[in-house]
Design a protein around this ligand. Structure first.
Ligand code: 5AD
Ligand code: SF4
Length: 448
């Protein structure tokens, strides 16, 4: 064990992945080294997620492992970062006495001094939420690669009744457009090919007179070979201007993650989602008209309090109508401190499981049908490297975020755009063959 080695595990959403990079940037600046081997670390940090009970249970399990390690190595500093730090600070430090360090999402600047407190035998605690902290001036640590996350805003003011995020991540605040664009310029110079702009509700982004559509346009103009993605959009705030901005820039991906949560207006109201399903479907139709070939993904919760069989059918109907390319599907999990926690969790576990399975099965079938429709069509993909399963294949991604596998060919380099023909499909993956290189800037095939 070396005193300056830090090991970090990250759980939960992409915001947490981006926060881990931020934390790594802060610690490297202070002279710490990163390690991927927890056995040689002096500091073990878990960047945690509270969104559902299962996520927290998993992390408690992992903490149990480190508690054992601590028995033979009492100098090891174990810390909790992120949403669980905010939600369970007392439990973690005072009652369960498992950790030495509890640091919430808005206090990462203090991490070096809080680690020192822990090294000196104290408890390092930083759990204040901030109305202004955006870490705008800090540079996250990123290994070289193709794809990067950039947090453009933090927190959420929506207060969906099921969700802990407004409590664990605090109020909405945005980074400055200029610093985001500067960060993207650096990434482009380092050879990155894709950036995903992150926020709990990116459509509320605001920097003086600039809104999210302005930010997207400014990011897209940095480098035509750099793809821009973004997540998450809230159906209440998705503007026409944003849709036209996506349409107007070839390198802003035609892909919108638009959670609907439930197909029933009664449930949407109980969730405080602030839109009706009719509004949602109109928005989808409008986006399909403005952006040809637009793809959608979504989030769905099964078994929210008072959900009936009919409400559940309405959710399945939305899946059939929209035909999403992908969906993140969850069983409702009551979270202490939220408004829904006070509602009677009256859908039994058995029914939640059954409804969730029906949603998953239907979406699976739709994904397969949609992917089969792609057979014999041509797609432009960005080559990401070898496929996960074999070095005989390369993997790339379409603008619509679908993975395409093609046979390895040494003339095709990671980071190049190629035109492929799709030959085969499963519900999760397309398989194709190389046709040509492709210059996305001039939208032309380049014959080699
Ligand atoms: N139970 C189940 N799913 C939840 N989500 C958020 N809170 C809960 C909860 N208490 C889901 C929502 C959200 C996604 C990030 O996680 O679908 O869009
Ligand atoms: Fe949670 Fe709703 Fe905010 Fe998303 S929009 S983070 S679901 S409160």
């Amino acid at each position: 064990m070396q005193k300056n080695k830090v090991y970090i595990e990250t759980y939960g959403c992409q915001m947490n992945m981006a926060d881990t990079e931020l934390v790594q940037g802060i610690l490297l600046k202070q002279g710490y080294e990163l390690t991927e081997n927890s056995n040689e670390a002096a500091v073990v940090l878990l960047n945690t997620c509270s969104i559902r009970e299962k996520a927290e249970e998993r992390i408690y399990g992992r903490l149990g492992n480190f508690k054992n390690v601590k028995q033979s190595n009492s100098n090891l500093v174990v810390g909790i970062l992120g949403c669980m730090a905010e939600r369970l600070r007392k439990d973690l430090i005072e009652e369960k006495k498992i950790v030495d360090l509890v640091v919430g999402p808005d206090e990462y600047r203090k991490l070096p001094e809080l680690i020192d407190v822990a090294f000196n035998g104290g408890k390092g605690i930083g759990v204040q939420l901030s109305k202004t902290e955006t870490y705008d001036d800090l540079i996250p640590y990123r290994e070289d690669g193709l794809q990067a996350w950039i947090s453009v805003m933090r927190g959420c003011d929506k207060f969906c009744t099921f969700c802990v995020v407004p409590f664990t991540r605090g109020r909405e605040r945005s980074r400055s457009l200029n610093s985001i664009v500067e960060e993207i310029k650096h990434l482009s110079e380092r050879g990155f090919r894709e950036v995903t702009l992150l926020g709990q509700n990116v459509n509320s982004y605001s920097d003086n007179e600039y809104d999210f559509a302005d930010l997207l346009a400014a990011c897209a103009e940095v480098d035509p070979y750099l793809r821009i993605r973004f997540t998450t959009s809230h159906p209440k705030d998705l503007s026409d201007k944003l849709l036209y901005t996506i349409y107007g820039h070839q390198n802003i991906c035609n892909y919108i993650h638009l959670p609907f949560q439930s197909g029933s207006n009664k449930i949407l109201e109980a969730m405080n989602r602030t839109y009706t399903i009719e509004h949602y479907l109109e928005l989808i139709n409008k986006a399909k008209k403005i952006i040809p070939n637009v793809s959608f993904s979504t989030d769905i919760i099964a078994g929210f309090p008072t959900e009936t069989k009919e409400d559940h059918q309405m959710t399945l109907d939305v899946l059939r109508k929209v035909r999403y390319d992908g969906a993140y599907m969850f069983k409702y999990s009551p979270r202490e401190g939220t408004k829904a926690y006070k509602m009677n969790d009256d859908v039994s576990e058995e029914i939640k499981v059954k409804r969730l399975q029906e949603i998953i099965d239907l979406q699976h079938q739709i994904s397969l049908e949609k992917n089969n429709e792609q057979i014999d069509t041509e797609e432009i993909i960005l080559i990401e490297g070898y496929s996960r399963k074999s070095n005989d294949n390369l993997a790339g991604r379409t603008d619509g975020n679908k993975v395409v596998i093609i046979p390895f060919d040494e003339k095709i380099k990671t980071g190049s755009y190629v035109k492929v023909k799709i030959n085969r499909a499963t519900s999760g993956t397309l398989f194709g063959e190389f046709i040509d290189f492709y210059d996305v800037k001039s939208n032309l095939a380049v014959t080699v």
